[in-house]
Design a binder for this molecule. Sequence first.
Ligand code: GLU
Length: 269
Amino acid sequence: MGDREKTVVLKIGSSLLVDDLTGNLRMDFLYHLMNDVASMRARNYRVVLVSSGSVALGRRYGPTLASEDLTLPQKQAAAALGQPALMAAYRNFAFEHDLRVAQILITLSDFEDRKRFVNAEDTFEELLNQGAVPIVNENDTVATKHLRVGDNDRLSAKVCHLVEADELVILTNVGGLLDKKGKLVKRVETLDESIFALARGASGAGTGGMITKLLAAEIAVASGCRTHIASGSCVNPVLGAIDGEREHTVIESNITPESARHLWIATSL
Ligand code: GLU
């Protein structure tokens, strides 16, 4: 195994990035997030972001895109309008830390096609070797069936598999998973039905809810990636979770990314 650099995937929900009322980017969040990304890079972590926000941001750029009920093509248009604005914001904050960001648009079906999977894997690897921070979003223009809130949770877990991530941090607007008494579940050893039962009925407006986060965690831990579900509305949204200084939910994996990869190759041949 050796001294492989650790890889972390950060999943960023729309509600953290874009203010619900004004439709403006939440600069304070971006500031704290990119500070942490820079600290993680300084610790030699490879960092990948999976960021939503294009639809929420793009609504302001079309005269009829602000309404609640958008058609699928309208959502796709909003995503196409919002995505460059989102990347511009990330790029500006990254610039302050002398970091380079790279845009990757991908769909879930790309992961099912072996050739595309391998091509994407090579591109990620090269970007990470170049010290860049890939920022992934779903390619909403073509991902018709998938353009619904919550998919980026699943996408982030698939990305963990692709880059053999050690940690997935799902940043959201709640502090983690709560038990029946409303107390934070700090550590999950086995993600079984009793855990999913806790999330059922809990809905997080605009975040895809806790169920999709647990489903994402299920995919991530199966590829050897420990998963954190934590609030993003704080000063060190990522470091606080990774270093365990802020209470949140940790879902453990009992395998390493390498052994998960070997198993995957063995079973898919
Ligand atoms: N790709 C969509 C966006 O950038 C969001 C999908 C999601 O949040 O799950 O707005």
